[in-house]
Design a protein around this ligand. Structure first.
Ligand code: GRF
Length: 222
């Protein structure tokens, strides 16, 4: 089969951008055939913009507060993404809900990552909510963005144990390490044309599935 071209991505951020960094590193290593065309933050001081500039990538701050509505802000996003020929939008710690303006412009072509095993603990406090609930296993989820909060079809999940003595920070750090593994992988599956959405499910062609005998029990049974 002919090799597919690099996927042109636009990354939306609001904060530190460690997931953006993981994506840039995967591209640099040659593990991911992608071209990051632009990084857009709704916060001018997001460190993610600095990371983009360090890689010579266009870095834009578009302050959502300058727009009268969510839709107007999204129209500005669409304009910048289209101007750079972006095919896939990657939300990486982007703290704004997308309106139908973005969802219609990039239907089935927007990914997000969430620091919990969805559909458990959606929203902005994934690790804290998981800890307070008392779950023994949490993790992270990459999914396609649809209308609604953290409800779209799931592409990859990775599970981590909740350990005695964990606080929000230690659990979030453990989850973060997994995010950095699965986000570039999800984008790679997209670039290779292996993802097909069927209702709520994502069908992955030739998926390298976890083995049937692999399970994470916590605590470990004797
Ligand atoms: C991650 O925990 C991600 O799951 C959530 O926002 C955080 C972003 O972290 N959506 P970073 O900016 O990529 O370090």
């Amino acid at each position: 089969m002919a090799e597919r071209p690099a996927v042109k991505i636009g990354v939306l951020v609001s904060g530190s951008g460690t997931n953006l960094q993981a994506i840039l590193d995967a591209v640099a290593r040659g593990d991911l055939k992608a071209e990051v065309r632009v990084v857009i933050s709704n916060r001018a001081r997001a460190y993610a913009l600095e990371r983009a500039r360090n890689h010579g990538i266009a870095a834009l701050a578009i302050d959502h507060r300058q727009f009268a509505s969510r839709e107007d802000f999204d129209r500005a996003l669409v304009r910048e993404l289209r101007a750079r020929d972006v095919e896939l939008v990657v939300c990486a710690g982007f703290m704004r809900l997308l309106s139908p303006v973005m969802l219609d412009a990039y239907t089935g072509r927007i990914m997000n990552i969430h620091p919990a095993l969805l559909p458990s603990f959606p929203g902005i406090y994934g690790p804290r909510d998981a800890l307070e609930y008392g779950v023994r296993i949490s993790g992270c989820t990459v999914f396609f963005v649809t209308e609604g909060v953290d409800v779209g079809p799931i592409i990859i999940q990775s599970a981590v144990p909740v350990l005695p003595g964990d606080d929000e920070e230690t659990l979030a750090a453990r989850i973060h390490r997994e995010e950095h593994r699965i986000y570039p992988e999800a984008i790679r599956l997209y670039q290779e044309g292996r993802l097909q959405v069927s209702g709520r499910r994502v069908i992955i062609r030739d998926a390298d599935s976890a083995s049937e005998s692999l399970a994470l029990a916590n605590p470990r049974p004797r």
